[in-house]
Design a protein around this ligand. Structure first.
Ligand SMILES: O=C(CO)[C@@H](O)[C@H](O)[C@H](O)[C@H](O)COP(=O)(O)O
Ligand SMILES: [Zn+2]
Length: 196
């Protein structure tokens, strides 16, 4: 029973974090989707990055853009820069792990593109470097963070959008991040295709 209560508590805690985010995140998520669509309609693309579970989230987002979310549509230009083990190991080995995303952003990013930067602490150095690189490339940054937003919240420009999940526990932040990602996918499809 103790174990069952523990499991139940995870559900209740996750629901509470998401409930609190309804008011803080709905407007900036909608704005983020509009910015992403504007970039895609101008022949731009979305680059996505993060570490660990957030790397998985970056890949999850890119897969739903490139393939599909819930509706049939042409693929949309998104690349998770967390997946090429040759590029990642070469950059980490020859330079520094801090540069694994920023080198790719500088190589692939164009003005008007979007960087989806994901970090639960807001402090991962390679994500921070990717944001600096995106600014150099005149890209918009949409940052998915947690806790107090960390360093990422401090370095965003006025044009960027911070989607911060204001809670301490990494798992709860990640669970809300994946909800945000699905909201973005749904909003992008709604803007492009209309519907219910
Ligand atoms: O998924 C988890 C924990 O739930 C881990 O893999 C977690 O993503 C990793 O520790 C990351 O390195 C944490 O980085 P960040 O979210 O603070 O940027
Ligand atoms: Zn996790």
């Amino acid at each position: 029973m103790e174990l069952v209560n523990r499991v139940s508590q995870h559900f209740l805690d996750s629901i509470a974090v998401k409930q609190a985010a309804v008011n803080t995140l709905s407007v900036p998520i909608a704005t983020s989707a509009e910015r992403m669509v504007a970039a895609l309609m101008a022949d731009g693309k979305i680059l996505a990055c993060g570490n660990g579970g957030s790397a998985a989230d970056a890949q999850h987002f890119a897969a739903e853009m490139l393939g599909r979310f819930e509706k049939e549509r042409p693929g949309l230009a998104a690349i998770a820069i967390t997946t090429d083990s040759s590029a990642l190991t070469a950059i980490a080995n020859d330079y520094d792990y801090e540069l694994v995303f920023s080198k790719q952003v500088r190589a692939l990013g164009q003005p008007g593109d979007v960087l989806l930067a994901i970090s639960t602490s807001g402090n991962s150095a390679n994500v921070v470097e990717a944001i600096h690189a995106a600014h150099e490339r005149q890209m918009t940054v949409i940052a998915l963070t947690g806790r107090d937003g960390g360093k990422i919240a401090e370095i965003l420009s006025g044009e960027d959008i911070l989607l911060n999940v204001d809670t301490q526990r990494t798992a709860r932040i990640q669970e809300t991040h994946i909800l945000v990602i699905h909201c973005l996918c749904d909003a992008i499809d709604y803007i492009l295709l209309g519907g219910e």
